[in-house]
Ligand binder design. Sequence first.
Ligand code: ZN
Length: 272
Amino acid sequence: MIQYRTPDITIFESALYRTTSTVIQTGGIILIVDPNWLPAEVARIRQFVVEKRAGRPLYLLFTHSDYDHILGWQAFPEARVIASTAFVENPEKGKCLEQARQFDEEFYIRRDYPLGYPGVDIEINEDEQIVELEGARLRFFLAPGHTADGLFTLVENTGTWIVGDYLSNIEFPFINHSNFAYEQSMQKALHVIREYEPGLLISGHGDATAAKAEMLQRYNESLEYLYQLRLAVQSGEPFPEEELWKRYGNKRGLALPHRENMEFVRKELKGL
Ligand SMILES: [Zn+2]
């Protein structure tokens, strides 16, 4: 389904995990972000892009390497790919691809394009890196923590801020790389909110928001969750889970990621 639409920005939302795929049109390019999940959903995004293209070059941005975000790569073979250097150097490429294959085989999914780990044409390796593409100006920030290879992208022409799997209104932080790096990435997020005042925040799962107050609230909630995790792990006191389910819902789905976060942070704080 289409979650959000203006003449320049279209956010497609998958039926699975409310994962977003964004298409941004500027005068000179079309930027497609994380086209995902199901074949009919990817086909719809592809059809939309074909209809709107009008000869413009296509760019594909991958916010990070989690398999759900990369499995639509080869549906856009003519697109040039943008991702972080950490994405390119990901030592677990094979694992990402294996998870995508596992998903497709588990649900007997047939795609009319092959799965693969994306090749990258434009690498991002530093904060505030600017890439100009036919008049479109993209500003990047490295955002490790959820994974090692996350990116924040500001599309300056449209005031759009694409954050990948951070600052979601339906998921607390999922920490698969480092809770310390995660905290630093949240400080970068605060910097972006204050310095660049994005007009629209698009997260990888759930609703986009145009409200600065909500961007700040999500930032605060993310940090609070991190601090509560550390406190629970260090003190041995139980995590105040009821608040979590009241805030995020989907308890049956989110209970496991929460337990995995506890275990991850326990190991990380012990230096394991
Ligand atoms: Zn992810």
